[in-house]
Design a protein around this ligand. Structure first.
Ligand code: SF4
Length: 289
């Protein structure tokens, strides 16, 4: 259990054993993201990864869940990922879930057969940073794919049998254009059909291009009201059913969590109350990445 640099994992993986198989993100170019700025992307040595699994076995005995770090670990060679999955399932008899961050470009570099082989070998969940369904905004933030490629990546993961968890970033379009971002995002998510969707809200991080743009007056952040309206648009217009919906990250103004098909009216009522000032929202200074 040796780690290089700061380790990030999705909130849903808080009970997972974190196995670092790559360091950093192979893309590392999104204008809003400061997670891996201090790391040069590389795949860890296989001998070290297998040694880490042996160390985890000695320390934990058995685990039920594993998350493969860092960003975009799915970008590893498929044969190497298969070898890691075999070693994990041999080491941990109770293991049932293995998750990974899946960058869209790396996902598209794999064939459907490779993704299916990974699923059969026990890779169970993929987290895809969709961020937005807007072509223009995807280009602006340097995501490296357009909306149709993002849709294709998500669809490939889902069709391979992976439990697809999409993540969207509210406020990414800046003040004044958030509803276009929300409209295009609702359309993309409705076509992608993930089983889970997390909405996070932009927090400007020093060291990122977007932070520099803000300091130079080139990017104007959304107001809390604009963010709440983006959430409201998505809640009202997402048709994937059932959809495990979370908007309770530390970056969000109003925590919402549940199954969207069933709880749409409750979410809308909470959002309307917040928009009318009848419900308290998280103060700006306590929002975190
Ligand atoms: S948002 Fe994801 S793909 Fe973009 S730089 Fe950060 S970790 Fe890499």
């Amino acid at each position: 259990m040796r780690y290089e640099g700061t380790i990030y994992r999705p909130p849903g993986e808080r009970h997972s054993y974190l196995l670092q198989v790559t360091v950093g993100c192979s893309h590392n170019a999104c204008t809003f993201c400061g997670m891996y700025k201090d790391k040069v992307f590389h795949v860890r040595d296989m001998a070290d990864i297998l040694e880490d699994i042996r160390m985890a076995k000695a320390y934990y005995g058995d685990v039920t869940r594993v998350f493969l770090c860092d960003g975009d670990a799915i970008g590893m060679e498929t044969e190497d990922l298969l070898r890691i999955l075999r070693a994990l399932y041999e080491a941990f008899p109770s293991l049932t879930k293995v998750g990974v961050y899946a960058g869209p470009r790396s996902t598209l570099s794999k064939t459907p057969e490779e993704l299916r082989a990974l699923r059969v070998a026990g890779l169970t969940r993929a987290y895809l940073g969709v961020e937005t369904g807007s072509d223009a905004l995807l280009k602006q933030i340097g995501k490296g794919v357009d909306a149709s490629q993002m849709l294709q990546a998500g669809t490939m993961l889902r069709e391979a049998g992976l439990d697809l968890w999409a993540m969207v970033l509210l406020g990414l379009a800046g003040s004044g254009t958030g509803l276009v971002h929300a409209r295009d995002t609702a359309e993309l998510i409705n076509r992608m059909k993930p089983r889970h969707l997390s909405l996070l809200t932009l927090v400007l991080e020093p060291g990122t291009k977007l932070y520099a743009d803000w300091r130079q007056g080139k990017f104007v952040p959304c107001t809390p009201e604009e963010i709440l309206r983006e959430v409201r648009y998505l809640v009202a217009n997402l048709t994937v059913d059932p959809l495990h919906f979370t908007c309770d990250h530390a970056s969000n103004y109003l925590p919402l969590k549940g199954t969207l098909g069933e709880e749409r009216e409750r979410f809308l009522a909470a959002l309307d109350a917040a928009l009318e000032g009848k419900r308290r929202i998280r103060p700006e200074n306590s929002r975190r990445v």
